[in-house]
Design a protein around this ligand. Sequence first.
Ligand code: CO
Ligand code: CO
Length: 340
Amino acid sequence: MKLTQTVQKGGCAAKVPAAILREVLAGVRFPPLIPGVAIDGTLFDDAAIFNLSPELSLVQTLDFFTPILDDPYDFGAVAAANALSDVYAMGGVPKTALAILAAPLAVLDTRVIQAVLQGASDKIAEAKASLVGGHSIDDDTLKFGLSVTGTVHPEGVWSNAGAKPGDVLILTKPLGTGTLCAGLKRGAYTQDQIAEAVASMKRLNNVCDVADTSAVSAGTDVTGFGLAGHAVQLARASRVQLVFDFKALPHFEQVWASLAQGHLTKAHRSNREYTMMELTTSGLSTAQEQLLFDPQTSGGLLLSVAASQAQALLGALQVGFPAARVVGEVHTGAGVHVAG
Ligand code: CO
Ligand code: CO
């Protein structure tokens, strides 16, 4: 059984569009914030921050989705890397994880579910964290993910609001998982044919393990809203303008062929609509614009870094993330501009 054929939408492309989410949330009375809550969901940060002491904060997040790959082990690994990523994207270190599993027990072999959990377990081990429990239900379609808790020093948090004019922007992984996984789901590619993207999605965003990240002033991971969507959220929260050099953006070799074949997701359109008011481009073709809206699953980190230390950080990062590039700058102003 090909896992991607058992669901309508896969991975982060299945995320509820931002406009719909905003409309839903606008109609809910949320509980007041208790003392200690430093970051909640207001500014679309990757995780919540709860201060335990002047030296220690909790980082809390959860992420789950439907199969994006056909191989159950790889799907579990990607889902885990994607969920762990939101802790790294706050500057934190993952400590414990709880599994979220919905599985169609009537049609899915036990060994498939075991493989999903094994893929996730091996990733959690690689992150030097522990799987400490979870919850499972019998459901029509397979869904899997993790709730992850990590720790961070309160002054070392990479919030979306921390980007400063003069900073340099670094992106750590290539773009294009959305269109390539759409092609996989349509049967245009086998998983082996998009092996580069699969390896990238399985890669932990543990930049703190490979580089001195003290020069990072803000960070987020590029996931379902695409580079454009997450950049807009960062620009909005930090009250700055992000300016990208399109030619510098890392992407998978096959993306242009895949986009030309029309391998798109619903998120390509909803991400365009979401960012319309705050994104400008110059000199880009329609296909090039689609790359900005491409929903990433377990995508790279977008880091805003003090300019004086950007080259040193990039050099260290490229040891573990060879596709990492300086992709733009932070200016005074508002919104996101991408120059071709
Ligand atoms: Co995130
Ligand atoms: Co997330």
